[in-house]
Design a protein around this ligand. Structure first.
Ligand code: ASP
Ligand code: MG
Length: 437
């Protein structure tokens, strides 16, 4: 059994949906996880935001626009009148459902119900396409097995039990289609695995079923050694370890959702990144094995804020950092990077939702300085502590760029730096020149 997840662009229009069929139509049993058609989840978020803002007319308008787009998809996707008719009925019922929320007071629960429509639509449309072509396939509702617990973590026991039970209902199907992203929460309500969460769905399913491989299909050939949006001549990295992939995914490489590495790593299931536009290409293979190389890749993560806390009370004191960390914990704000001196500590975060509250509480421990619009540059390579000689190339590459923080020694696989976002593109290009050419 393998898992094949196709992202939003891979199901982004009727032609792309049809192009998936030769990739999945063979004798091997597989679960096909689909995202919403590209742009849909963003539009649904906009509709929900308008409803929160009490702009129900604008929300209705947006809903109508999106619905019109889907009716066009149906016209192009199916070749028989019978399936077109069912397709239009399907679209009407989903958008009728969304429209029903424009009449009532709007809550988080309803927002999540709206966000779920994208994946429900893409999977139903695709399943109907296979039916029209007489290709046998099952449709497995994610809401019947995918669940998160009260901490928002996948409820592995529940998922495995229910997924296996559901699968027993379609023993003869080699192709089993299911929704990425959507799930139920501990209260049984419709919820989701956060933006980009379909990769996570694929990995959770792969782990629950002990799959032979988890494939994540997108529109590039795998992890690149630098950000192809800003740097020319980037190359595909053919092999990565789970740890290296997790660092790259977390620090900005958009191709893989960072949470999706964990379930695969726990069950030691290989993850392969593939390109639907170039299916022959081997892509990137992620396994437990790490083949160290001086430098493998560079990634950048924007939207970082740095907080510098300075306090003489830190000098030779113990327990100071605990007090600092507790403040972040109380505000459910994860810390990305941290550096300390004897009297000060610098901490970066990427979620600034509670930044004012955090600053207020930190100010009771010392003086606090905030700097925003920062980026973390993560360099993945051989940073084992017994090694010598890796730093000069990095610092030479960046010698005209102010380095705000440096984190080294936390992991044998990576070194991270903090810079102003305005210097990011320059930094990525310089690193590319010095490390990879
Ligand atoms: N459709 C969801 C999103 O756009 C989930 C995903 O595509 O992974 O975030
Ligand atoms: Mg994605």
């Amino acid at each position: 059994m393998k898992i094949m997840k196709f992202g939003g662009t891979s199901v982004g229009n009727p032609a792309r949906m049809r192009a998936l069929i030769p990739l999945i139509n063979d004798d091997e049993k597989k679960i096909v996880v689909l995202s919403a058609m590209s742009g849909t989840t963003n539009s649904l978020v906009e509709i929900a935001d308008l409803l929160y803002a009490d702009k129900s007319n604008e929300a209705s308008l947006k809903n109508d626009q999106l619905m019109a787009k889907y009716h066009k998809v149906v016209d192009e996707l199916y070749s028989t009148e019978k399936f077109r008719k069912s397709g239009h009925e399907l679209i009407d019922s989903h958008f009728e459902y969304i429209r029903s929320f424009t009449l009532k007071a709007f809550t988080r629960l309803q927002e999540k119900a709206i966000l779920a429509q994208g994946e429900l639509l893409s999977t139903s449309l695709f399943h109907m396409l296979l039916q029209e072509m007489n290709i046998r396939a099952g449709l497995l509702p994610a809401l019947s097995y995918m669940r998160i617990d009260k901490d928002g973590e996948p409820d592995s026991y529940y998922i495995e039990e229910n997924l296996k039970r559901e699968l027993r209902k379609c023993p003869k199907d080699n192709i089993i289609i299911t929704q990425g992203f959507i799930c139920r929460n501990a209260q049984g309500e419709t919820d989701n695995l956060k933006r980009g969460g379909s990769d996570f769905t694929a990995s959770i399913i792969g782990a629950a079923l002990n799959a032979s491989e988890i494939q994540i299909w997108t529109d590039i050939n795998g992890f690149h050694n630098n950000d192809p949006r800003f740097v020319e001549n980037t190359k595909v990295i053919r092999e990565l370890s789970f740890d290296e992939a997790a660092e790259l995914a977390y620090f900005g490489a958009k191709i893989l959702h960072p949470s999706s590495v964990n379930p695969a790593r726990e069950k030691n299931i290989p993850v392969r990144l593939k390109n639907t536009m170039d299916p022959e290409d081997a892509g990137t293979l992620i396994t437990a094995e790490c083949k160290f190389e001086d430098y493998k890749a560079v990634a950048a993560k924007d939207g970082i804020s740095v907080l510098r806390i300075h306090s003489d009370r830190m000098l030779m004191a113990y327990g100071f950092l605990r007090k600092v960390f507790e403040i972040f914990e109380a505000h459910k704000t994860p810390i990305d990077m941290i550096t300390t001196s004897e009297v000060s500590v610098s901490i970066t975060i990427d979620n600034s939702q509670f930044i004012n509250e955090i600053i207020k509480e930190l100010s009771e421990l010392g003086t606090v300085e905030l700097e925003q619009n920062q980026s973390i540059i993560c360099i993945v390579g051989d940073f084992r502590t017994e090694r010598t000689g890796s730093a000069p190339e990095i610092f030479e590459a960046l010698n005209t760029i102010p380095l705000k923080m440096i984190s080294y020694g936390g992991s044998p696989y990576s070194l991270s730096l903090l810079i102003d976002t305005s210097n990011k593109i320059d930094a990525l290009r310089q690193l590319s020149k010095h490390l990879f050419s």
